[in-house]
Design a protein. Structure first.
Lengths: 225, 773
């Protein structure tokens, strides 16, 4: 029997997401084409994938780069956005081995990458979120956002993303938006915007570092030390 | 305060102190060990708790590490990610077996149980503790105690990261008896684990036997008393409880129980040991205290007995009390010296009590005792009283010092004879010869005693009178001896220088003397109503008429009858009553003289004076005063003095007599011729008249010798210009002779017997014209 964990998880996660506070701040009456995304602590959130369907273009934008490199035992970039059926290259810039894998539903795969070896490539033919890991280095987590012909932009380190127009219905994605990493947040942007970026706040999960999992603080018998 | 024997006091003190000390030691040890045990218990429990925590933590760490390694296994991840139940189940089973987990469960991120091996949780059902799921997702993992299907599991829940969480793996390890046994081995404490939901117990395991669990849990966190552990043994366990975990609606508590018997075993044996030692010490102390106190008190008891013996005068026993105690030894020595001192002092006292302090002869009291003994023995013996004649005069003349020397000397002389001697009083000694002495011996003793005593200053001649009392003939008891002694010595003293044997006449005489003295005293005290004066006329031969009357005292006592003046005057002189009698006579004579004058009797009343009266300087004045009261001339009174009286103190007598004569009184010498008076006195004496003793006159006509004496006396008197009175004239022949010889006055029965004043007046008037010659 095949179990679709993600479908099972989804309704609950959606319910939870409704509880998240989403606030759209109308900062100015003038027209603007950018949004600024911050978390519940007011810090700008980088790598938020903002996707939308433009009125004038059916086809989404094709990102220029489709390389998910491994540099210094980290995926680079952390979040890579590609369009469905696009091929992603996986070079290895480290001088050590990596064992890339993904159990994500759109494209489960497994690469054993030798140092200085040829780069692997993989075509993602289904839209969705692909979570990348390295079996050797647990701290390595990467995401490939496979867009389904949507137009996508990603927030920079200031949490700002430029949008082509106002009044878009957008979807927001970020790994810390849900536990299963696949949840997206939809929202309708107002058509009247000021020059200032539109402020959007996302409530995010705390970042769990896989490498520090052994120090979780809820062990029962740690007291007395 | 109640008195208590010394040994008892010492005993009590020693035993009391020892008991107090041992009790103190016991209580101290008890408290210390009790406290120590309690703190050891507390420490044990705290350590055990910490150890338990540590053990569980280590176990958790170990379990976690195992679980982590398991969930990090790529194959496992792959299997889970495959979504194939068979694959997942087998992977769970396989990996669970690797780390000996009792339960492996896969939970989806949205909180549903995916699979459970073994099938403790229902699949496709929400996980019973959804709050844990959130925490696991948030933290990456969780560890907790969970009640699952009636069992308690130590559960490690970890996200399965590929590399982000794709599910949650639950690895459970049963907390069962084997774990508790393990803990028990480490902490050495009985461990009970309970899980409560709300107030109700839902799970319980224990290393304790089922029977005692409830009682062990009942004494939770109590610190039971030593009594209940050691004696009543109703507290088998001492328990301490702490909460291991309190979440997920359940409270897991651990109870550590220490076997009280085991814990207190050392303590109890120590206490029992101390109690044993205490009892032993008390017993030993009691024994030694008893011995010691006896050792102290026994000599004291003996000494007390000795003191009592000494108190009743028994000094014979040796005072030596064996004792190791210095004080007792000192006391014993003190007793010994006390006994000696008391004995010697008592002997001294007895000696003083029995002896005369001056002469060291026996005293009167002791000789009484000796005499009593002799009478008791019914022995026949001779008592000889010795009286120094005129001892008082010796004291007066030579002084008491010499008097004492005389007594001492006599005592010394007496002591040379084998006999018992005592001093009764004054110059009176008592001699109690051992054997009945011969008269020669007594005489020689007398001579020996009468040797003149040379005191150094003077030589004192002494005479002793001796009275012999033959017991039991003369006296039957001691008091009679003394009475006889008085009588015989009295008599012997009167007849100074004699050895007088006691006889019954002496006693009669003595008794009469005593009676006379007593009665005379009584009479004189009553104003002399038993006394009377009789008067005997003196006839003036020249004038042929009565010119003088001699007052003669008469005493008729209602008991003794008529007592001759010769008897009682002499006794009165000895008994010092003569002055009173003279006073009475003078008063009475002057009274009568006044009557005579009133009755026209021209007579001079002659009163007899004793030598003592003459020596009384107040007498003359007294007489003159009385005469003046009665308005009488001195010629109405004249005095007669016995010749012997005057010899003793001649010069003073002359002065006093001269005074009487100067006052106009006639003085006659009575009983002239009977004494040994020197003729030389005669010319110096201021005397008017010589009274010839009647012994020369009574038979004057027949006795030629008497005639010569009387004639000579008359001529002698005349040659000294004195008159002569002749008494005892009983016939006319005598009267005639006297008248012929020129005798001035005559007195006697022929003329008139002594008669009362009234009769005299009658007689006088009747004979006014009588021709006597």
């Amino acid at each position: 029997m095949k179990i679709d964990m993600y479908n099972n998880v989804y309704p609950k996660m959606a319910r939870k997401t409704l509880a998240y506070i989403l606030t759209v701040l109308m900062c100015s009456p003038t027209m603007a084409k950018s949004i600024k995304i911050s978390d519940q602590f007011g810090d700008p959130v980088e790598n938020v994938v903002v996707s939308f369907i433009t009125l004038d273009s059916v086809k989404g934008n094709n990102p220029d780069t489709t390389i998910m490199d491994q540099i210094d035992k980290q995926f680079s970039p952390r979040v890579l956005v590609v369009q469905k059926n696009q091929t992603v290259f996986f070079p290895n810039s480290d001088d050590i081995r990596h064992h890339l894998y993904s159990f994500s539903k759109p494209k489960p795969f497994e690469f054993k990458m030798f140092k200085g070896g040829e780069s692997k490539k993989l075509t993602f033919d289904q839209a969705g979120i692909v979570v990348l890991g390295c079996n050797i280095h647990d701290q390595m987590v990467g995401y490939i956002y496979v867009a389904d012909n949507e137009y996508t932009v990603m927030t920079n380190e200031l949490g700002i993303a430029e949008l082509p127009s106002t009044g878009l219905a957008i979807q927001l994605w970020h790994p810390r938006l849900s536990a299963n990493k696949i949840e997206r947040k939809s929202m309708q942007l107002p058509s009247m915007q000021s020059e200032q970026p539109l402020m959007v706040m996302l409530t995010l999960l705390a970042d769990v570092e896989t490498s520090t999992k052994s120090t979780f603080g809820s062990k029962k018998f740690n007291r007395g030390n | 305060m109640a008195q208590r024997p010394l040994n008892q006091s010492i005993f009590r003190l020693v035993v009391g102190l020892v008991v107090l000390t041992t009790i103190t030691i016991f209580v101290t040890v008890w408290l210390a060990t009790s406290k120590q045990t309690q703190s050891r218990l507390n420490r044990d429990l705290v350590i055990a708790e910490n150890v338990l925590q540590r053990v569980l933590q280590n176990r958790e760490d170990l379990l976690y590490n195992s679980a982590y390694v398991l969930t990090a296994d790529f194959g496992f991840k792959q299997a889970v990610a495959s979504g194939d139940k068979g694959t997942i189940d087998s992977a769970l089973l396989n990996h669970g077996q690797r780390i000996k987990a009792d339960l492996m469960v896969l939970v989806s991120l949205d909180g549903n149980t995916v699979t459970s091996a073994p099938a403790v949780l229902k699949m496709q059902h929400p996980f019973p503790y959804p709050e844990v799921i959130d925490n696991v997702i948030k933290e990456g993992g969780d560890s907790s105690l969970m009640m699952l299907d009636g069992h308690l599991y130590q559960v490690i829940m970890l996200t399965i990261d590929a590399p982000t969480p794709i599910g949650i793996a639950l690895i459970g390890f049963k907390l069962d008896n084997s774990i508790l046994t393990q803990l028990n081995k480490i902490t050495q404490l009985e461990t009970t684990l309970q899980v409560f939901t709300g107030q109700s117990e839902v799970y319980k395991i224990s290393t304790l036997p089922d029977a005692v669990i409830s009682s062990a849990l009942a004494t939770l966190n109590q610190r039971p008393s030593w009594l209940s552990i050691t004696i009543t043994k109703d507290t088998p366990y001492i328990s301490q409880q702490f909460t291991l975990a309190d979440d997920l609606g359940s409270r897991t508590v651990i109870t550590l129980s220490e076997d009280a018997q085991k814990l207190f075993a050392d303590f109890t044996s120590l206490q029992l040991g101390v109690i044993g030692i205490c009892i032993l010490v008390i017993l030993l102390a009691t024994l030694f205290a008893a011995l010691f106190s006896k050792q102290i008190s026994q000599p004291l008891t003996i000494l007390a007995d000795i003191a009592e013996r000494i108190a009743v005068g028994n000094y014979t026993k040796d005072v030596a009390v064996a004792s190791n105690t210095k004080e007792v030894k000192l006391l014993s020595e003190a007793f010994a010296s006390m006994q000696n001192n008391i004995e010697s002092r008592e002997q001294e006292i007895i000696f003083q009590a029995r002896h005369d302090s001056l002469t060291s002869l026996y005293n009167r009291r002791h000789i009484e005792t000796l005499l009593d003994n002799k009478f008791l023995n019914k022995s026949s013996f001779l008592v000889i009283g010795i009286n120094i004649c005129g001892f008082r005069s010796i004291n007066d003349v030579f002084g008491y010092h010499n008097g004492d020397l005389c007594l001492k000397e006599l005592a010394l002389r007496m002591s040379r004879f084998e006999c018992v001697t005592a001093r009764l009083n004054g110059g009176e000694l008592l001699w109690l010869p051992n054997d009945r002495p011969s008269e020669e011996f007594i005489s020689s003793l007398k001579s020996a005693l009468e040797v003149p005593i040379d005191t150094g200053d003077v030589v004192i001649n002494i005479n002793v009178a001796m009275g012999l009392i033959d017991c039991p003939k003369d006296a039957n008891n001691t008091q009679e001896v003394f009475k006889c002694l008085n009588i015989v010595l009295d008599e012997a003293q009167i007849t100074c220088g004699l050895v007088l044997k006691f006889n019954s006449k002496l006693e009669e005489h003595y008794t009469r003397r005593l009676s006379i003295i007593t009665e005379l005293k009584n009479t004189l005290e009553c104003g002399g109503d038993e006394l009377s004066l009789n008067y005997q006329p003196k006839l003036d031969l020249k004038k042929g008429m009565v010119t003088h009357v001699e007052a003669l005292i008469r005493w008729t006592n209602k008991r003794l009858g008529f007592v001759s003046p010769e008897d009682f005057i002499a006794i009165a002189e000895q008994a010092e009553l003569i002055e009173d009698i003279t006073n009475w006579v003078i008063n009475k004579a002057i009274e009568d003289a006044a009557r005579f004058k009133q009755a026209n009797l021209n007579v001079s009343v002659a009163i007899n004076l004793s030598a003592k009266d003459i020596m009384n300087p107040a007498l003359l004045t007294h007489v003159l005063v009385l005469l003046k009261e009665k308005d009488l001339a001195t010629a109405c009174l004249s005095f007669e003095i016995t010749e012997g009286d005057l010899v003793k103190d001649h010069n003073v007598a002359i002065i006093h007599l001269q005074a009487f004569k100067d006052a106009g009184f006639e003085i006659a010498i009575d009983d002239f011729g009977t004494g040994y008076s020197s003729m030389a006195y005669l010319q110096n004496l201021p005397v008017d008249t010589l009274k010839i003793d009647k012994s020369f006159v009574l038979k004057l006509p027949e006795q030629d010798g008497d005639q010569k004496i009387v004639k000579t006396v008359i001529s002698l008197a005349h040659s000294f210009n004195m008159n002569v009175v002749a008494e005892g004239v009983e016939n006319i022949e005598t009267l005639t002779l006297l008248a012929d010889w020129g005798c001035e006055l005559a007195q006697g029965y022929y003329i008139c017997k002594p008669t009362s004043a009234d009769n005299l007046i009658t007689w006088y008037n009747a004979n006014l014209s009588t021709k006597w010659l």
